[in-house]
Design a binder for this molecule. Structure first.
Ligand SMILES: NC(=O)c1ccc[n+]([C@@H]2O[C@H](COP(=O)([O-])OP(=O)(O)OC[C@H]3O[C@@H](n4cnc5c(N)ncnc54)[C@H](OP(=O)(O)O)[C@@H]3O)[C@@H](O)[C@H]2O)c1
Length: 230
């Protein structure tokens, strides 16, 4: 049994991570922005003693900086940075709004690194030392044949670049770092026409997280194990 910290868990891929981890008997600390708007997560909380729910809004500085204090008695073995936003769907050239861009960049790329910095003492106390960032194939520069979507694409490309540095910088301390694309998944973000369900996506990603180690650290992989070009 290991201790997993997962962000953005009231719906979608994050909620599925929590469900599958609990079913395996892992210890799960799940964050969401507002417990009063997290009915499905709170139903899981009622049924499982191995789940702890904490509020975290990564756009609020206090919420970020207080998290280590609220987790002070825990060692975190696996940190899954899942919370993310798409931003405006019409962010194509000629229609890009700077405020929306800044907000999306902060949630998708800046906050995961700030959180990792803040939580490093709790993560360093673990023997497993696994850091996982849920990114997107849309952040691949090489794979971009469609253009457009300036905000979401660049926010995930920024995340990828920062996490690659992290994988190098923390290697000496024994951390393994994974950048995972969940596939095109049926969630509020992915929409009903997406190709796979959350069960398929998350079971694939958990297999990759189980296999993550210092030798294969720093790779950009899809949920099915395929390598994605940077
Ligand atoms: N679905 C796909 O096809 C797909 C494809 C590629 C990558 N991804 C990535 O996979 C991850 C999960 O996506 P999803 O499809 O499950 O999306 P989703 O259904 O829209 O859920 C997003 C989650 O992020 C949380 N979140 C948003 N802003 C936040 C903030 N400021 N602070 C804390 N949490 C915040 C949301 O909380 P609220 O409910 O409070 O808003 C929600 O729990 C994201 O990083 C996304 O970019 C998804």
């Amino acid at each position: 049994m290991a201790v997993y910290l997962v962000t953005g868990t009231n719906r979608g891929i994050g909620l599925e991570f929590v469900g599958q981890l609990l079913a395996r008997g892992e210890q799960v600390i799940a964050t969401c922005r507002d417990v009063d708007k997290a009915a499905d997560l709170m139903k899981l909380d009622e049924r499982h003693t191995n789940l702890e729910v904490l509020e975290l809004d990564v756009t609020k500085a206090d919420s970020l900086t207080n998290l280590p204090k609220r987790l002070a008695d825990h060692t975190i073995d696996v940190f899954i940075n899942n919370a993310g936003v798409y931003g405006p769907r019409d962010a194509n050239f000629g229609n890009v709004n700077g405020d929306d861009w800044g907000q999306t960049l902060h949630i998708n790329a800046v906050a995961p690194i700030l959180l990792t910095q803040l939580l490093l003492p709790l993560l360093s106390a673990s023997k497993l030392k696994k850091l996982v960032y849920i990114t997107s194939k849309m952040g691949s520069v090489e794979d971009n044949s469609g253009g457009g979507q300036y905000i979401y694409r660049s926010s995930k490309a920024a995340l990828n670049s920062a996490v690659k540095s992290l994988s190098i910088d923390l290697a000496d301390q024994g951390f393994s770092v994974g950048l995972l694309h969940p596939g095109w998944v049926k969630t509020d973000m992915g929409g009903p026409n997406a190709w796979i369900d959350t069960q398929t996506s998350v079971s694939g990603m958990l297999k990759l997280i189980d296999e993550l180690n210092v030798q294969n650290s720093g790779r950009f992989l899809a949920y099915d194990g395929k390598t994605i070009p940077w």
